[in-house]
Every structure is written in structure tokens, then in C-alpha cells.
Design a protein around this ligand. Structure first.
Ligand SMILES: NC(=O)c1ccc[n+]([C@@H]2O[C@H](COP(=O)([O-])OP(=O)(O)OC[C@H]3O[C@@H](n4cnc5c(N)ncnc54)[C@H](OP(=O)(O)O)[C@@H]3O)[C@@H](O)[C@H]2O)c1
Length: 324
């Protein structure tokens, strides 16, 4: 079979439909993966709405991560061969039966590890490492504040901070059920942001060295207030707004660093550097079960639209997967 089924990119506002197209062959340094599972990410919702176009050269098909079996390799590929079990970060194209990935963005999945569940990891591990550990430099012994604690990203951030040796981890979430999950994953104090003021709680308990934020808006000032001396605040999204009226006096007085990054458009060598660090520092904990997948649910690829609707509704915790 040389065709790839994929949930076609739909113009803004239209429903995703399953269509067939010629299968892409892997380019230099790339592997083609027969997809076992594709992960949903909030960015997919923005992309489908026309608000987050794929970077130049990336597939217009949705999907930033997959797991599966290598079905072909491109010229110059060094590490992987046909038949290998892998999980991969993508710049796009994951909602499909087959997709190509640069081998520098691919992690090996040993036999015995559930191949579909391996898809719960790439986007979150890469993002959290690049932001919390690389850019914001969380050190063992430091205090971590994680917003969106039960998001696809948050469920990994809590577990990674715990194995890294953060003795105090604050996690914010929007329900008691989500707070209970956050505690189970490593939050030493889970805060229901609908009922409690996180900035007051964190401040009263000594403040946060590193804050991972995806909310923005009013959280910008509150994160500054909750930060310790020399604290680092890193944003990976601004779901409540890019604009805010901010008093920067505490940024100056507490010597704070405010940062923000995106992962998707980074060049291939940069993603390889992140993959190498993730594989060295955290992948062994995934394979040993110390960092576990958190699966919200699985939908058939043909029901990608319903899967996106579940994520958009916001009731989920952890990862939503599609299976071709
Ligand atoms: N910059 C990057 O490279 C990068 C990479 C990956 C992801 N991201 C971003 O990271 C975020 C999480 O991604 P995901 O795929 O894991 O999405 P997700 O599972 O849908 O999670 C979204 C999270 O945002 C929280 N949230 C939304 N509005 C909030 C508010 N007003 N106050 C507090 N919390 C709020 C939700 O909390 P509750 O459910 O508890 O209400 C939920 O945990 C997204 O915004 C995504 O775009 C950025």
C-alpha cells in the first residue's frame, strides 16, 4: 500500500475528514513511521482554526507527535532501521497512518513498553525539558510552580520536577478531581485556582524558584508576586491574553527573569539537542515506570474531530490519543 490515510487539514471552521493521499517518502536523515498512535495537543485546535500555521516546510496535516514502527528510512539515516519501535516529535503530519520524522526527534521504544502509550511523551518531555530545565534552569532542591498541572504538558512537568529532586512542587488546576491527580503525580500542594489564590499560597510558603505558565493575562503579575528572589518565570502560552498591565517593580527588586519560548519552529539540530537531553535525563525514568503516561482517552483517527472537541471542552486530564 502506498497511500496514507490522514485526517485532512480542513479550512478554518470546517470538520476534519479522513482522506487518502500519496505516502511521503523519507528524506535524508528521516524515518517514515507507521503510526500506532498520534497525540493531540492544544496547538492543533489553534492550527485548525487557522490561528497557528505550520512552520515553512512542515506538513499542513495536524499532529505534533506519534508513536509507531519505522516503515522506511531515508538516505544517511544512522540510528534507526525498518521495524524499530519509536516515539517522535513532529512539526506536523501526525494525524495519519504514516508520517516522516527527522531521526534527531525520535526516541527508541523498547519491546515490552506499550507502543501506543509511548505517544503520551514526546511533545511534553521535549517542551518541559526545553523550558523548565534548559531555559529556566530548575535545579535539584528548588521550588517549582506548574500551572495547568493536569494538562498534557503539566502531567509530565510535575513528574519530571519530582524525579529531578524538587522538594516543593505547586500545581494549579481547575477542579478537585484534577487537584487529586496533580498530587498523585508529584504536586506537594495542589491549588484549585477557581477557589484559592495561588499567588498568596505560594508566597506564604516561601515562593517559587521556577514557574511554568501557559495562562498569561492576569497570571503575569501573579506569577511575579509568587516568585522568589532570582526566580525564573517561563511562558509556553498566553491562553488568557498576551497583553496585561504589569508593575515591574518586583521584577527589578527580586531580580526575576521572564521568558517565553516555542518548540515547533526550532531547527532540526536544536530539536536533536533537546532529544538527546530528554533521552539522557528523563527517558530512563519513563522506561522504568517512574514517570508514567497519563491517558485521558483514545479515539479512532476517523473521529479526530470528536477528539479535538473533547480537548476544546477542557474536561480532560493528560493525553488524548488517536489510533489509525
Ligand atoms: N510553547 C511551546 O513550545 C508549547 C509546547 C506545547 C504546549 N504549549 C502550550 O501549553 C499549553 C498546554 O498544552 P496541552 O496540549 O497540554 O493542552 P491541554 O491539555 O488542553 O491543557 C490546557 C491547560 O490550560 C489550563 N488553563 C486554561 N485556561 C486557564 C486559566 N484561565 N487558568 C488556569 N489554567 C488554565 C487548563 O487547566 P484546567 O483544565 O485545570 O482548567 C489545562 O490544564 C497550551 O496552551 C499549549 O498551546 C506550548
Amino acid at each position: 500500500m502506498t497511500a496514507t490515510m490522514h485526517a485532512a487539514f480542513a479550512p478554518a471552521g470546517e470538520k476534519l475528514v479522513l482522506t487518502e493521499m500519496p505516502r511521503t517518502t523519507p528524506g535524508p536523515g528521516e524515518v517514515q513511521i507507521e503510526v500506532a498512535a498520534a497525540g493531540l495537543n492544544r496547538a492543533d485546535i489553534a492550527q485548525k482554526a487557522g490561528a497557528y500555521p505550520p512552520p515553512p516546510g512542515a506538513s499542513p496535516i495536524l499532529g505534533l507527535e506519534v508513536s509507531g514502527i519505522v516503515s522506511a528510512v531515508g538516505p544517511g539515516t544512522e540510528r534507526y532501521k525498518v521495524g524499530d519501535r519509536v516515539a517522535a516529535l513532529l512539526a506536523g503530519g501526525g494525524y495519519a497512518t504514516h508520517v516522516c520524522a527527522d531521526e534527531g526527534s525520535v526516541l527508541p521504544v523498547p519491546s515490552g513498553f506499550d507502543l501506543a502509550l509511548a505517544c503520551c511523551f514526546p511533545e511534553a518531555l521535549f517542551t518541559v525539558w526545553a523550558n523548565v530545565f534548559d531555559r529556566a534552569g530548575l535545579k535539584p532542591g528548588e521550588t517549582f510552580l506548574c500551572h495547568g498541572a493536569t494538562s498534557g504538558i503539566g502531567v509530565m512537568a510535575l513528574q519530571m520536577a519530582k524525579v529531578w529532586g524538587a522538594p516543593k512542587i505547586f500545581g494549579t488546576a481547575g477542579s478537585e478531581e484534577k487537584c487529586a491527580l496533580a498530587r498523585e503525580l508529584g504536586a506537594t500542594r495542589a491549588i484549585n485556582y477557581r477557589e484559592e489564590a495561588f499567588e498568596e499560597i505560594v508566597k506564604a510558603e516561601g515562593g517559587a524558584d521556577v514557574t511554568l505558565d501557559m495562562v498569561g493575562g492576569e497570571y503575569i503579575q501573579k506569577n511575579i508576586s509568587a516568585a522568589k528572589l532570582d526566580g525564573r518565570i517561563i511562558n509556553i502560552a498566553y491562553q488568557d491574553g498576551f497583553a496585561a498591565s504589569v508593575n515591574f517593580a518586583p521584577v527589578l527588586m527580586k531580580r526575576l527573569s521572564l521568558m517565553a519560548t516555542t518548540l515547533r519552529a526550532r531547527p532540526v539540530p536544536e530539536k536533536r539537542r533537546i532529544r538527546d537531553a530528554v533521552e539522557r535525563d528523563f527517558w530512563p525514568h519513563v522506561l522504568s515506570g517512574r514517570i508514567r503516561p497519563v491517558l485521558d482517552g483514545t479515539f479512532p483517527l476517523a473521529e479526530a474531530e470528536a477528539a479535538l472537541a473533547r480537548m476544546n471542552h477542557g474536561g480532560h486530564s493528560g493525553k488524548i490519543l488517536l489510533k489509525p
